[in-house]
Design a protein around this ligand. Structure first.
Ligand SMILES: [Zn+2]
Ligand SMILES: [Zn+2]
Length: 213
C-alpha cells in the first residue's frame, strides 16, 4: 500500500490535489486511494470522474473512469470495456511522466487533455490532434514512434534486447542496417529501458509475439 509505506508523499499528493483541483476529493476505500469529483473543462463542460491509484502507485499508473455516462463505452471513444478511460498508450504516459511524477502532472498531461478531446470529438466527430488506434494496434504504433522502426519483427527483437539486464550492444542491430547496435539504435534502446517499467515492456513484448507466431 503505497500511501501507508510513503505517508509524506501521500500528504503531498493530497495537498497538491486540494490546491490545483479543489473539486476533486481524495478518499480511501478498502485500502485504495480514490480521487472523485467534477473535472471542469474550461467553461464548456464538466465530467464526474474517478481516479483510482494502484497499490504500487506511482510505479503503475492511475486508472480513470467517467462516472456520469456522458461518454459511450466504445473503442472509438477510447473507453475500455471495464469503463476505464484509455487516456493514451501507457508506454507513452510513462515516457512523458518519468518516474517521479505527481498526481497533478498526471491530471494535467493526460486526464484534462483526454476529456478536452472528448468535448472536441462530441462537437466535430473527429479527434483534435489525431490519436493512436485503440488497443494493441495503438500500442504498436507507439513503439514504432519510440523505436523509430516500422517492422514488427524488428521491434520485438529490440524489445527482447531491452529486457536483458545487460544488453549486448556489440551485436548487429535488429533493424538490419548492418551496423552494430551500439552504433545504431542504442539511444532508442536506452530510452526504452530507462522509461518503461519492465513488467509493462514484458507484457507488450508477449502481446506482439502472439501476433508473430
Ligand atoms: Zn484507446
Ligand atoms: Zn538499428
Amino acid at each position: 500500500m503505497w500511501w501507508k509505506t510513503n505517508p509524506s508523499f501521500f500528504t503531498e499528493e493530497q495537498e497538491r490535489l486540494a490546491i490545483n483541483y479543489p473539486s476533486l476529493d481524495c478518499l480511501i476505500e478498502n485500502n485504495t486511494v480514490y480521487m472523485r469529483g467534477k473535472l471542469q473543462i474550461a467553461n464548456i463542460a464538466a465530467f464526474d470522474i474517478e481516479i483510482k491509484l494502484p497499490d504500487d502507485y506511482p510505479n503503475s499508473l492511475p486508472e480513470v473512469k467517467e462516472l456520469g455516462g456522458k461518454i459511450p463505452i466504445s473503442g472509438e471513444r477510447h473507453i475500455n470495456y471495464d469503463g476505464t478511460c484509455c487516456l493514451t498508450v501507457p508506454v507513452k504516459m510513462h515516457q512523458a511522466l518519468g518516474k517521479d511524477y505527481s498526481i497533478t502532472d498526471f491530471i494535467e498531461k493526460f486526464v484534462m487533455p483526454f476529456f478536452a478531446n472528448q468535448v472536441y470529438y462530441e462537437i466535430h466527430g473527429v479527434w483534435a490532434n489525431g490519436d493512436y488506434s485503440h488497443g494493441d494496434l495503438g500500442i504498436l504504433e507507439c513503439y514504432k514512434d519510440i523505436l523509430k522502426l516500422s517492422n514488427l519483427q524488428q521491434i520485438t527483437e529490440l524489445m527482447k534486447i531491452a529486457l536483458q539486464i545487460f544488453p549486448k550492444t556489440t551485436k548487429t542491430c535488429p533493424c538490419r542496417s548492418g551496423k552494430k547496435l551500439r552504433d545504431c539504435h542504442l539511444p532508442e534502446l536506452i530510452n526504452l529501458k530507462a522509461t518503461i517499467p519492465t513488467n509493462l515492456l514484458k507484457k507488450n513484448y508477449k502481446t506482439f509475439m502472439s501476433y508473430i507466431r
